[in-house]
Design a protein around this ligand. Structure first.
Ligand code: DC
Length: 205
């Protein structure tokens, strides 16, 4: 089983790169941020994620080019990707007990060749991954990318990105940082195709 990890901060372009690589290589795509988003989503409803998984109330599907989250038979993936859920996710992701259980769950989901995207995919979830990428971009560029997609003031988006970066980097356990053996790519001045092509060059050796 081959695992390729793609880590990086919010809006660095890592999801687009991960999805494109998943399609090109026909590896399933696992967006691990969705697990923390789902935990936050359920917590806000006074529900326990691990119970919901155990009882098949919530199901994760890893497919080519997409990760689907089904809750009570409804696909809630796009709902979970909304920015208000991201803040809840960042909060729950600070808890070391939740993280340990979540990492076990994340590992158990991957049963075939996969592109695994997140913050700690290369440092914790799959330390022995075949290739590890770390994709970064200047916060202002990341805010601009999100501004183009969202109907919100640029300054508010930039502030939210900087505050989430801080929360993810400064948490006491599992602080978010690149793996020592990760290939680091600064995508600030690169198009999506450029980043994908560069990754493919590394993958093809
Ligand atoms: O990648 P994302 O924006 O969907 O992630 C949502 C939050 O979950 C992010 O603020 C940090 C956390 N996260 C994490 O701690 N570890 C991961 N592997 C993925 C996400």
């Amino acid at each position: 089983m081959k695992i390729i990890t793609i880590d990086g901060p919010a809006s660095s372009g890592k999801s687009s790169v991960a999805k494109a690589l998943s399609q090109k290589l026909e590896f399933v795509y696992f967006n691990t941020g969705l697990t923390y988003r789902a935990i936050g989503f359920l917590k806000a409803r006074n529900m326990d994620f691990f119970e919901a998984i155990k009882n098949n109330l919530m199901v994760f599907e890893l497919l080519i080019g997409q990760t689907k989250v089904i809750f009570e038979n409804i696909d809630i993936t796009s709902l979970l990707l909304q920015e208000d859920i991201a803040k809840l996710a960042s909060e729950v992701a600070k808890d070391p007990i939740i993280r340990e259980k979540t990492i076990d769950f994340q590992r158990s989901l991957v049963k075939e060749n996969a592109i695994v995207e997140g913050r700690d995919a290369g440092t914790h979830i799959f330390k022995d991954a075949h290739i590890k990428f770390f994709i970064d971009a200047d916060p202002k560029e990341r805010a601009l990318r999100r501004y183009i997609q969202e109907d919100k003031p640029y300054e508010d988006i930039l502030k939210a990105i900087i505050s989430r970066d801080e929360m993810d980097k400064n948490r006491e356990t599992y602080p978010f940082k690149p793996a020592e053996d990760a290939i680091q790519i600064d995508s600030t001045c690169m198009s999506l195709d450029d980043v994908v092509n560069l990754c493919m060059e590394y993958i093809n050796g």
